[in-house]
Design a protein around this ligand. Structure first.
Ligand code: ING
Length: 308
């Protein structure tokens, strides 16, 4: 039987002016609190080291690159890796990655409980736009600052558990979970930064956004018999609200823990990964039930085509 106490380290707002050092100190405080409560695997949000900078339109390359990390771990994050190793807690967190070749990705890493990086994922589904959009109440320029991920959806066996990573908008696409489910995933970690209001549709309020986040995470968990942990960076960043709503979902789709605030907040649940087996060997026994001869449209066609 494989059990792991999994924690979600929801983070409150990070202001444009906040230094990496200040942010990492907050992450270490969450790590300490988690370890004190027996957490063995801790999930941080997307872009956990900086403010959600895709809300800003920038043209100056140096100004943009200031939000990116050239190596990981690095001077600012080494204390976090060190403390996680000392406490024996595996961690995953998101950050903006600048590669030696000058490519930019919205990235997430996964460590083992000895603090070594065992996995990397680069966000595949980038929402938003690439040019300034005057029609929007706020910009969402992920397509401007990041390339689509080039590492695919992968899993790693870590602390005895088959783990996979996704990031934010990925959680809204069933393909994300099924690509991981087909690899036997038992824990999907998804950090997110989700604006509380829609920049294009003012009627879509916070309640509907929180519902859609839950719906996506719970469906992904149930339909692939896996645990899913969704962790927010939340609160008001330089006047721009991000929603909270961090949750831990079990393989039946039930929510085991939910954040109550939009601040730094720890949620946790003791996860028994044997619970994944029932779904994977009955209702979602993919080998027995899937009819792939009828699914070709999913990869052959990108956009909707109405032919009737
Ligand atoms: N943020 C948002 C997300 O997918 C979004 C963007 C919000 C898209 C709501 C659609 C609806 O949660 C990121 N960073 O992807």
């Amino acid at each position: 039987m494989v059990q792991l106490v999994v924690g979600g380290a929801q983070m409150g707002p990070i202001q444009h002016a906040d230094s990496r050092q200040v942010v990492v100190a907050r992450m270490i405080a969450l790590l300490e609190a988690a370890a004190a409560r027996g957490v063995e695997m801790l999930v941080y949000p997307e872009l956990a080291l900086t403010t959600f900078f895709p809300r800003w339109y920038m043209e100056d390359e140096a100004e943009i690159d200031a939000f990116f990390e050239r190596e990981m771990p690095n001077g600012a994050t080494a204390p976090l890796f060190e403390r996680a190793r000392a406490l024996g807690v595996a961690i995953t967190f998101g950050y903006a990655e600048l590669t030696p070749e000058g490519r930019r990705f919205n990235t997430s890493i996964l460590t083992d409980r000895a603090g070594a990086i065992v996995g990397k994922y680069r966000k595949i589904h980038l929402p938003g736009h690439s040019e300034y959009d005057p029609e929007r109440t706020h910009q969402h320029l992920e397509k401007r600052y990041f390339e689509p991920g080039d590492l695919g959806f992968r899993v790693w066996r870590n602390a005895g558990v088959v783990m996979g990573m996704a990031i934010c908008n990925d959680r809204r696409w069933p393909e994300t979970y099924r690509c991981l489910g087909l690899q036997g995933v038992e824990l999907v970690t998804i950090g997110y930064n989700t604006p509380s209001a829609n920049g294009q549709q003012s009627s879509e309020g916070l309640e509907k956004r929180l519902f859609h986040s839950d719906l996506s995470l719970q469906a992904g968990a149930y339909q692939n018999a896996t645990y899913v942990v969704g962790v927010a960076k939340a609160g008001i960043e330089d006047g721009h609200p991000l929603m909270g709503g961090s949750i831990i979902v079990d393989p039946d789709g039930f929510v085991l823990a939910r954040a109550a605030t939009e601040e730094d907040e720890l949620i946790l649940a003791a996860c028994d990964f044997d619970k994944c087996a029932f779904g994977k060997t009955t209702i979602f026994d993919f080998a027995r039930h899937r009819r792939t001869e009828h699914y070709s449209r999913i990869t052959a066609q990108t956009g909707m085509q109405v032919e009737v």
